[in-house]
Write a protein that binds this ligand. Structure first.
Ligand code: ZN
Length: 288
């Protein structure tokens, strides 16, 4: 298992251009070549959540094509464990959350907030962290009130959470911030609801070649203005998908700091054994 905590694009470039990185690309290409003409395949490994050997399931949904036409699976969203149903990204988040919760034990009860409630990650964490209080929410409707439960699921808007200041020891947000109009406001909300010494475990796409973020869309009143061609990501709660407002660059770490979060880093992790292939990362920060 390798985890590199990066603070700049220069650190990232030094890491991926290191010859020690080359065998990984080679192994990933080999796996893709072996299974190029299949619709799905398995890769044996050890699930860090189930703590046992499993066959991770891979398909070519969201695959990308290398320069020579080879289809490379979206390793981050596939490599699903057949037992806990978590993707590679969700298993790494789960490991980081468990470590953060363990750090806070003794101040019991540890309070955890996830910006998701209808997901295998939420189900898995609430089943396993029995001595913690686990709150999950979804963005259900533009006119729903924060904290309301219109469909027996709590509604929250990441830009205006309804929780009191310093409510949680750990805040988890997976692939939400690219979809909010004002991510800096959402980061400030994460900082506000975290307790001193708490941890934020975040995932969202960052274009690692980009120093500064790019706005794709902005909301003015009820109107959405497109500054770049619209991109939407799959969203189980809406058939048209979720609009991407921001392409994040490395300046997001400064934005997180400005929002009141401490020592934000981009953690790039890789493990063949645990099924974390490709260039996967999450963003970690604390609250001083
Ligand atoms: Zn598992």
């Amino acid at each position: 298992m390798e985890a590199h905590r990066l603070r700049s694009r220069d650190e990232f470039l030094a890491l991926v251009n290191d010859p020690a990185f080359a065998p990984r690309w080679s192994l990933e290409r080999h796996l893709a070549e072996l299974h190029q003409y299949e619709t799905r395949f398995v890769v044996a490994g050890v699930c860090a959540v189930c703590r046992r050997g499993v066959d991770f399931a891979v398909d070519f949904a969201g695959a990308w094509e290398a320069g020579d036409g080879l289809r490379i699976p979206n390793w981050r969203e596939s490599m699903r464990c057949p037992r806990c149903e978590l993707s590679g990204r969700q298993r790494r988040v789960s490991e980081l959350v468990e470590a953060a919760v363990a750090d806070r034990r003794g101040r019991a009860p540890v309070a955890l907030y996830l910006m998701e409630a209808l997901s295998p990650l939420y189900r898995s964490l609430s089943r396993r962290l029995l001595d913690a209080s686990v709150v999950g929410s979804e963005y259900l409707a533009d006119d729903a009130a924060g904290g309301a439960r219109p469909r027996s699921v709590r509604h929250e808007d990441a830009e205006r959470l309804s929780f009191a200041d310093a409510s949680f020891d750990v805040v988890v947000s997976c692939d939400v911030f690219e979809h909010v109009n004002d991510p800096r406001r959402a980061f400030a909300e994460v900082a506000r609801v975290l307790r001193a010494g708490g941890r934020a475990v975040l995932t969202f796409p960052v274009d690692l070649d980009l120093e500064r973020h790019r706005r794709r869309a902005e909301r003015v009143g009820a109107e959405v203005r497109h500054l770049l061609p619209p991109i939407r990501h799959g969203n189980p709660l809406s058939p048209e998908g979720a609009l991407v407002y921001t392409d994040f660059g490395w300046d997001v770490l400064g934005d997180l700091r400005d929002a009141g979060l401490d020592d934000p880093v981009l953690e790039l992790y890789w493990s063949y054994e645990r099924g974390y292939l490709g260039l996967q990362f999450c963003v970690l920060a604390g609250k001083a």
